[in-house]
Design a protein around this ligand. Sequence first.
Ligand code: SF4
Ligand code: SF4
Length: 373
Amino acid sequence: MAINLNNMPKLGFGLMRLPESDGAIDMEQVCKMVDHYMKMDKRYFDTAYVYHGGNSEVAAREALVKRYPRDSFMLATKLPAWEIKKESDVDRIFEEQLERAGVDYFDFYLLHSIEDGSNYDTYVKYGCFKWGIKKKEEGKIKHFGFSYHGSPELLEEILDAHPEVEFVQIQLNYLDRTNPVVRSEALYNILHERNIPIIVMEPVRGGMLANMAPDIEAKFKAKRPDDSVASWALRFVASLPGVMTVLSGMSNEEQIIDNIKTFTNFEPVSEEEQAIIDEVTQAILSIPQIGCTACKYCTPGCPQNISIPDVFRTINTLRRYPDDWRSKNFYNGLKGRSGAASDCIGCGQCEGVCPQHLPIISLLKEAAEILDK
Ligand code: SF4
Ligand code: SF4
């Protein structure tokens, strides 16, 4: 049965960044979040075998499946190529997922994370596309597709080879439209031209488009003072034709309440608002970046063992998104393995070998101010 787009909610609940307490999923908070979301008239939950080390599917069972009628929500999960070592693993993983989630079927089932050079070969080798058709015939899967992080060229190749694919999940947000690595706009155009329904992941870029420098936020607030900055990112993708559902990986009640507000009486982005989004995109992209090419010529001779290119990568992200917690976590992990930016003794070895002639010592001082205080 084809996907009935009228049944699909614009906002989907991603279960990949659930709140945690003492290292485990905070089920009390998750239940409250699910209760908020279930008040919407259509509901779609997205989990995966690997989210939260396998506990996201269990959380779906406890917070959702056990507490609401099965036909009152749609549940999606994903097959991880990297866990498949032989053909029988596919059925084994699927059966485990049904048990973990406490369901007899999944409404949407995805081959997880196809990219150039990884995972697609595994799915082909173990017949996962044909397997998906079989599971649909058995009624264990209602709709079959994949999530995608690869190139436009590979996407075309897969879609040509597998007309059985009913939908595709891609990373799409206003900042990554022209990102030369993500190439979202090209992926979106391919799917839209083929009339393949699109599920959007990372609409807020892992939270980065929810927290920006104050002068950039002000551009949004001037137009819609009562709306969150995140709501602009969600409205941007949800306004695009062909986008079926926008997944938001919500981590607390505040986010879900804000998202529900955005999608209740949903207002598509107007031309004037699109111009503001374009202006913000340009403003973010024009924030100066440290021109480090990560060649690592500087690191072997550093007496303080500072991972200079990794520090600069962190600072580049934080210059654009000052509250990006992922960058801060990355840097804290880095400090366990190498020197901190503030450990620099100014010996100048690195500056002597840097082919980009970067003022590394002063840039590390800037980094130390931001990261080591
Ligand atoms: S100047 Fe600082 S970063 Fe550069 S090599 Fe010396 S200690 Fe390392
Ligand atoms: S030598 Fe310069 S460009 Fe290369 S990694 Fe070090 S700082 Fe970056």
